[in-house]
Design a protein around this ligand. Sequence first.
Ligand code: PBG
Length: 328
Amino acid sequence: MAYPQTRLRRLRSSESIRRMVRETELSPSDLIYPMFVAPGLDVKVEVPSMPGVFRYSADLLAREAARAREAGVRAVLLFGLPPSKDEEGSGAWAEDGVVQRAVRLLKANIPDLLVITDVCLCEYTSHGHCGVLRNGEVDNDATLELLARTAVSHAEAGADIVAPSDMMDGRVGFIRESLDSAGFQNTLIMSYAAKYASAFYGPFRDAAESAPRFGDRRGYQMDPANRREAAREMVADIDEGADIIMVKPALAYLDIVSDARAITDLPVAAYNVSGEYSMVKAAAANGWLDEKRTVLEILTGIRRAGADLILTYHAVDAARWLTEEPAR
Ligand code: PBG
């Protein structure tokens, strides 16, 4: 039936009816809070291109993570800033590495907080690439060994979930086998399954000091123009044993998030990356956008596209906004 019998505005006529017919819910437990851990004690330094995001030493990181947990966030994702870097990225799997120490501290202090670790070498290598270099290129198969060693060291420290973000072929299967043979059958893998070579990672590379010293990541991260290829990446990671698949970035890739939802019944995560965060913060600081409404709209849009989980630097603010919302 068409107008005037059908009037779509009837379903929007009061807050109560809008609430009842709302199709997408956003809750603090959907959110994962990415955090940067630095060496030392009592360190808290703001990332210039990401207002409100800090690099913390483990002690202050634990305090901030507790604040996130109190706001209703159930998971954090850790990135490490090692005290020194080398050709291979050996800081990534050091038993007393920055991430390993932070994981132990978080698990000891906030037992019900899920700790996810980013598994990649780019923050640890002197050249800033995500793997071992051979003749100026990242050697896929030689890198797998080091990624697996890193994942196992995170699991040994107590990580609940490891999240490989390197985009090497075969790494999910390799990491799964390595975890299993080290006795970590219950450690989950959240794979960055469709990760694009994106300009939106710019502020992150400031935060993590992980910009490649030469070249770029287009030899391993995906071409932003490709959609069908993302499906192949996702299917490969699912076949290799991923527990959760991720699409990254989120906003310019909502079609990929929607494809992910259609391809699999696995939980789907989307990464609302640094550049997406910084754009909102910059516009809000200028008074050009209402930060709260914009952030909640963006996160709802990512959920609506099909993501169950969202990795976002807005996590703590959003969790607070979602819970303070008056029950009208
Ligand atoms: C590491 C990694 C990156 C991000 C997450 N893991 C950077 C990159 O691939 O260059 C980006 C996160 C963000 O922009 O918020 N490989």
